[in-house]
Write a protein that binds this ligand. Structure first.
Ligand SMILES: Cc1ncc(COP(=O)(O)O)c(CNNC(=O)CNC(=O)c2ccccc2[N+](=O)[O-])c1O
Length: 391
């Protein structure tokens, strides 16, 4: 389990090796395509070391990238981190780095919808078959594994319906069959769960969210263990994946306050969630730290803290009532994404239509909240006024 004190110190110091920072606190922004060399020996040396932190060509990275990659890899507990222009790019690149025509992919049914669409509209076209599984399947995953199954993909918790998966059990069974395990670890961020300690081979972050923390950069990361890092790194490079050093600088800047921001998001969210529990309109909370959330027992075992993102289900309400609830808020804004300092609210419909292995009761509306850094009393007052409009 995470040593939170040591981790707080790690977050301040990681990636600030003088070979990259040149002595300044925040690694400078090195913008590059061409890197020039004085001699043929220098070029040969760079080519030989192009994959271990030496400058070779812009797409291989600059000290700005190397610093952030080292920080994320160490925080997640992996060997190497590849960077991508978005979380969705990290997901697609990780899958395409290891899947080929004829392979079979096991994908969690509660996955972020665009990931589901990637499987349907792109991987399917490449002859890669996807089977969706119940996020709470646990050891039952064994029955879905085929001779051509190559990857088991997890997202825990699911970013809308919040089911927490039994990651260690799923990884153990996947490895008995030689599968590669990939986890969309965005909700935990690199600090609130340790995917490689649970048996994950590749951990993916939509760093766009909590790592950046200010809703102003799109960026993704994929971190691999020793066995899969060379292939992830090289296949991502060959697919042309690269990130702007300016975006990497802003992500690295966000990383330094990740711990303190996440703690405040968690504290604020728990206060709002406990108030929602008292509301007669609420059927149940889907917040991993509450026992009404599927997989709550796995949250208690595998996570060191929660954050600001959770959902709740209303006992009833049609689209007009939900619209009245979520519109005209003073502090909650409606927007896709989460993990910034601002509070967001989404009334999400049609979840039953993006499920293949599980059933979703669409008669009860789901509201997803991202609890930001505002005063929780203001957020509760906002929601209270929303319920007045709802009723
Ligand atoms: C768990 C997880 N994993 C990957 C990504 C993609 O990251 P990126 O945005 O940097 O590409 C995300 C992005 N999250 N974005 C959101 O939650 C906003 N919602 C949506 O984009 C969306 C899209 C289609 C349908 C429904 C939703 N929705 O969540 O409401 C994520 O939540």
């Amino acid at each position: 389990m995470t040593d939170k004190h040591h981790q707080a110190t790690q977050i301040v110091s990681l990636g600030r090796d003088k070979k990259w920072t040149k002595g300044v606190i925040n690694p400078p922004v090195f913008r590059a395509s061409t890197i020039v060399f004085e001699t043929m020996d220098e070029m040969r040396h760079a080519a030989k070391n192009k994959t271990n932190g030496e400058m070779f060509y812009g797409r291989r990275g600059t000290p700005t990238h190397f610093s952030f990659q080292a920080a994320i890899a160490e925080l997640e507990g992996g060997v190497g981190t590849a960077l991508y222009p978005s979380g969705a790019a990290a997901i697609s690149a990780a899958l395409l780095s290891f899947l080929k025509a004829g392979d079979h992919l096991l994908m969690v049914d509660s996955v972020y919808e665009p990931t589901r669409d990637l499987c349907t509209h792109i991987l399917g076209g490449f002859g890669i078959e996807t089977t969706y599984y119940d996020p709470l399947i646990g050891a039952g995953i064994r029955d879905l594994i085929r001779p051509n199954t190559k990857v088991l993909f997890l997202e825990s918790p699911g970013s809308i319906t919040m089911e927490v998966q039994d990651v260690p059990t799923l990884c153990r069974i996947a490895h008995e069959h030689g599968l590669i395990t990939m986890l969309d670890n965005t909700w935990a961020s690199p600090i609130n769960s340790k995917p490689f300690e649970m048996g994950i081979d590749i951990s993916i972050q939509a760093a766009t969210k909590y790592i950046v923390g200010h809703s102003d950069v799109m960026i993704g990361t994929a971190t691999a263990n020793e066995k899969y890092w060379p292939q992830l790194r090289e296949h991502s490079y060959l697919m042309g994946q690269t990130t702007s050093p300016d975006d990497v600088y802003l992500a690295a800047r966000g990383l330094r306050t990740l711990g303190v921001r996440m703690a405040q998001h968690e504290k604020n969210a728990l206060q709002v969630a406990n108030w929602l529990k008292t509301r007669p309109e609420v059927d149940h909370l889907r917040h991993p730290a509450f026992d009404t959330c599927p997989g709550h027992e796995f949250f208690k075992r595998d996570f060191s803290a929660s954050n600001g993102l959770f959902s709740f289900v209303l006992k009833q309400g049609d689209a007009d009532a939900v619209t009245a609830l979520v519109e005209n808020m003073s502090h909650f804004k409606m927007g896709f994404s989460w993990g910034g300092y601002e509070s967001l609210i989404l009334g999400i419909f049609g979840i039953d239509k993006i499920r293949s292995a599980t059933k979703w009761d669409a008669s009860k509306p789901l509201i997803r909240l991202h609890i930001g850094l505002e005063d929780p009393a203001d957020l509760i007052a906002d929601l209270s006024a929303g319920f007045e409009r709802f009723n």
